[in-house]
Design a binder for this molecule. Structure first.
Ligand code: KE4
Length: 430
């Protein structure tokens, strides 16, 4: 039962839009009432009715060390007693920047901000300034935060102007954003042939995590690198979700591709509000106050967020050497195998895969390669599965078009609990 959460949701809806501070939390994609969190510990989350869940949402990715990791709590507590913000430089920020530069292959210089949205918005402004070109390219189904120029859907033809994907985004803003299908090499080649001289940057999720977890097809990322190089556009890897998750150095390390700019978030703050963008020194030199491209933030580089992030990244460096990313991928693969085996046993089209510390489970006979295919998943069955798993004590993302996340602290016990819950849940999937 979740009666306290139901009452809490009614109270919340009286004073916050939809009762939440971020839309996806309201369960609109799966129906029902969201549970309200009371506390987390390791791989577990408890709601205010006292129900315990094995958590695969992990705050949408940040919690690669699970909930309330003692080292992270200690670092934040020790930082807090010295002050919660200064508005002047601290050496902790340099320590964080040095860690990012050491870990992420393509980053020479990095700027801290407060969210992934700020990171991508700033990186795109920088790319337009550096190339003196107006247009950006994104991929259908990829989400890069809610900056106006990114809330855009594809125009009628591949190379036609973007159209606003939200009220409040003006046609003038949208027309600078061109959208093509993910993994569609002919489409991106055609776009560059037609509009290449106007393109400032291509921004891509190197593993897409916002339409379910979708891997790049062989050659897709390499083609983006080649085309942007050929036409003098920048390649931006949005690693807000994949960064430090699909490999220690992110997707760029896993696939061996050097983007010009990288955006980061989630893991880098270990649950505190942090985003970052960084890359080639000659490009980042244009960022104020070194250069003319303005970007700022009262709480950028906040000491509590830096304390959490520094500890999280330092522990990841050590754990990566000990095989953490292979262990997380093995765990995810076993989860997928159980999901697929149970679904097939019941004659239900299912598929899935795991990559590093993230995974996708699909009610579709084959893992989708783009947004159109992802949209063909059986969302009703996903909703039934989601709620059955929740009632069995396992919390997945409340939408078929999202990803699952793993942590360093999910172990054999949690895997067995989840596999048993899946067997039971499929009995309730029609
Ligand atoms: P934030 O502004 O939410 O910190 O980051 C935006 C963002 C940028 N880039 C990628 C690849 C992202 O996945 C995100 C945010 N991801 C969503 C999950 N679908 C956050 C969850 C939410 O919106 O509440």
């Amino acid at each position: 039962m979740r009666s306290k959460s139901e009452a809490a949701f009614e109270s919340a809806k009286a004073v916050m839009p939809g009762g939440v501070n971020s839309p996806v939390r309201a369960y609109r994609a799966v129906g029902g009432t969201p549970f309200f969190a009371d506390k987390g510990e390791g791989p577990y989350l408890w709601d205010i009715d006292g129900n315990r869940y094995v958590d695969y949402l992990l705050s949408w990715g940040p919690l690669i060390w699970g909930h309330a990791h003692p080292e992270i709590v200690k670092a934040v507590t020790e930082a807090a007693v010295k002050g919660t913000s200064f508005g002047v430089p601290t050496e902790l920020e340099t320590r964080m920047a040095r860690l990012v530069v050491d870990i992420v292959p393509s980053v020479d210089v990095v700027r801290m901000v407060n969210s992934g949205t700020e990171a991508t918005m700033s990186a795109l402004r920088l790319a337009r300034a550096f190339t003196k070109r107006p247009c950006i390219v994104k991929f259908e189904g990829c989400y890069h935060g809610h900056a106006d120029s990114l809330l855009v859907k594809a125009g009628s033809g591949v190379a036609t102007f973007g159209l606003p994907d939200s009220p409040g985004v003006t046609p003038q803003t949208a027309e600078g954003t061109l959208t093509v299908p993910y993994n569609d090499i002919p489409a991106i080649e055609a776009l560059f042939e037609q509009r290449g001289e106007q393109i400032a940057a291509v921004i891509v999720e190197p593993v897409a995590g916002n339409m379910g977890c979708i891997r790049p097809k062989d050659g897709f990322l390499q083609k983006l690198r080649a085309l942007t190089q050929e036409y003098g556009a920048l390649l931006i890897f949005d690693e807000v979700m994949t960064g430090f998750r699909v490999a220690l150095g992110g997707a760029q390390a896993r696939f061996g591709i050097q983007p010009d700019l990288t955006t980061m978030g989630k893991v880098i703050g270990a649950g505190l509000p942090v985003g970052a963008y960084g890359g080639r020194r000659d490009i980042m030199a244009m960022v104020a106050p070194e250069g003319p491209v303005y970007q700022a933030g009262t709480l950028s580089g906040n000491p509590l967020a830096m304390a959490a992030g520094v500890v999280a990244l330092e522990m990841l460096k050590n754990a990566a050497a000990g095989g953490l990313y292979d262990r997380m991928q093995d765990y995810g693969q076993k989860l997928v195998e159980t999901f697929v085996a149970e679904g097939k046993r019941r004659g239900i089209p299912v598929s899935g895969h795991a990559i590093g510390g993230m995974f996708g489970l699909f009610f579709r006979d084959a893992s989708p390669e783009n947004y159109e295919q992802a949209s063909q998943c059986d969302k009703e069955r996903y909703a039934q599965f989601f709620h059955a798993m929740l009632n069995n004590g396992v919390s997945f993302a409340p939408s078929q078009l999202e990803s699952g996340f793993l942590s360093a602290v999910h172990g054999e016990t949690e895997l067995n609990l989840t596999q048993e819950a899946m067997v039971s849940a499929f009995r309730q999937v029609g």
